[in-house]
Design a protein around this ligand. Structure first.
Ligand code: HCA
Ligand code: CU
Length: 458
């Protein structure tokens, strides 16, 4: 049965430019515990005093998950892991020739001694031990087997088969893990798969088939370079495709958005499972199918994650999607009117990047000749920002452009320096977005103007 170790707080904090506060880490750990991951890797206490403090606070929360501290093979790090109250220390020491020669300047024999000594030391302190042969997938196989078996004899009950550079493929992973499983003394095998080729989760799934026990994840797939498997993708893939139903899916979306907010690391709209477009449908053929039976174009019901499907209206749209959108607003049109509305939408869509509900309502108003007195479900607003004098306005603009709901950004004259045009689903989302924007470094003050009605120019 699959186990998950989530390392958002350790590997995830190794994402370029990401740092969490202690309180944020505590919140993340609590949400992870609600999901039911078996292990939370809470940090490497040698990194900084606050990382150590966060591990200590998390270890004191009494969560169900086992709390793991990461450490290089050094007594000081292992002592700190113990002092933090972690249940387990994960000691990593590279084993590939390139890492031994170029980085550590150690022979294989020296490496064996160092690893054995530090595992034994951690065991003397009463810690459970995972040993990670860093860069395991580029390590000479026979040496890997001897290091791991020596580590198990020294007291490690878990080995993390680390694909540090993300160079495995599903079939090589399955083969390698089953070969390793055959040669190793009894132990649990973790898979730490980096996503350099976009294969991390596929490799993890293949490794579990090969006989491994546990996959390492982070929320939103954060981590060094391109990160490791995303927690939500991993859980939903195993839930739907492999029948692993022991995790609680309810907090996954909240975790993803919370992480976006506190990390400033935003999801691509096409990100599987949690991305904005994961359940959006656009072409006439697709939307028509979806409206008749969502199973035509949805691999699973978005309600599984508390999400809703979305039908995008633009030049690809067919009549059924437009009729259904008008219906949502309680607007009745005749078949002839519908025909004209769709034609106008298509021609407007030809010249525009995005059509908003206000555009669709306006077209309906023009075509039917009846005033439509409804407020569009989507909200447009102008968010004006004053930028601190010591910060480059361009750097704030650059950050704003990364928010998916920010449609355009202007540098302006007057009391404010920047104005952003945003498009969100509701007032709550607007409120969250403004809060996020306020966290952008250099933003001193903000003022928001909500759009009540929008007119298009020629
Ligand atoms: C790193 C270490 C590590 C460790 C993985 C693990 C890796 O290089 O930062 O302990 O399971 O990718 O090898 O994250
Ligand atoms: Cu890693």
């Amino acid at each position: 049965m699959l186990e998950i170790l989530d390392t958002t707080l350790r590997e995830g904090e190794q994402t370029p430019y990401v740092n969490f506060t202690i309180d944020e880490k505590i919140e993340i750990a609590k949400l992870l515990d609600q999901v039911g991951v078996e292990m939370i890797e809470a940090g490497d206490p040698s990194v900084s005093p606050n990382v150590a403090k966060a591990i200590q606070r998390i270890a004191g929360l009494g969560l169900k998950a086992e709390i793991v501290a990461h450490s290089i093979a050094a007594r000081s790090g292992i002592d700190k892991a113990k002092a933090c109250g972690a249940d387990r220390v994960a000691i990593f020491y590279a084993t590939s020739k390139i890492h031994l020669d170029s980085k550590l300047h150690k022979t294989q024999d020296q490496a064996l001694d160092i690893i054995r000594e530090h595992i034994a030391y951690a065991r003397e302190l009463g810690l459970k031990v995972r040993y990670t042969p860093e860069d395991a997938t580029r390590t000479e196989f026979e040496f890997l087997v001897s290091v791991c078996n020596m580590a198990i004899e020294a007291g490690a009950d878990r080995i993390s088969f680390a694909d540090t550079l993300g160079i495995m493929q599903p079939h090589t992973m399955a083969e390698r893990v089953s070969a390793l499983r055959e040669r190793l003394l009894p132990c649990q095998i973790d898979l730490h798969c980096h996503d350099d080729y976009g294969l991390a989760l596929a490799n993890g799934m293949a490794g579990i088939r090969g006989g491994a026990n546990c996959i390492h994840t982070t929320v939103n797939g954060m981590g060094e370079r391109t990160g490791i498997p995303d927690l939500a993708e991993t859980i939903v893939a195993f839930h739907n495709l492999e029948g692993v139903q022991k995790y609680n899916l309810a907090p996954l979306m909240e975790l993803a958005s919370y992480l976006e907010r506190v990390s400033g690391f935003f999801l691509a709209p096409n990100k599987p499972i949690t991305g904005q477009n994961a359940f959006s449908h656009k072409s006439g053929v697709h939307t028509n199918g979806i409206l008749k039976d969502p199973r035509t174009y949805e691999p699973f019901d978005p309600a599984l994650l508390g999400r809703e499907r979305k039908i995008v209206i633009d030049k690809y749209t067919g009549k059924s999607a437009v009729a259904s959108r008008l219906d949502e607003y309680g607007i009745e049109v005749t078949p002839a009117e519908l025909e004209v509305i769709v034609t106008r939408i298509k021609s407007m869509g030809d010249d525009r990047k995005q059509l908003f509900d206000s555009d669709i309502l306006q077209i309906a108003e023009q075509v039917t000749g009846r005033e439509i007195d409804v407020i569009p479900h989507t909200i447009n607003a102008m968010v004006m920002l004053e930028v601190e004098s010591h910060v480059y306005t361009a750097s704030v603009v650059r950050r704003l452009r990364e928010f998916t709901n920010v449609k355009s950004v202007y540098e302006i004259t007057g009391d404010f320096d920047v104005s952003a045009f945003v498009d969100v689903e509701d007032v709550m989302a607007l409120n969250n977005l403004i809060e996020e924007i306020r966290t952008v470094q250099g933003v001193k003050r903000s003022e928001t103007r909500m759009v009540l009605k929008k007119y298009n120019g020629k």
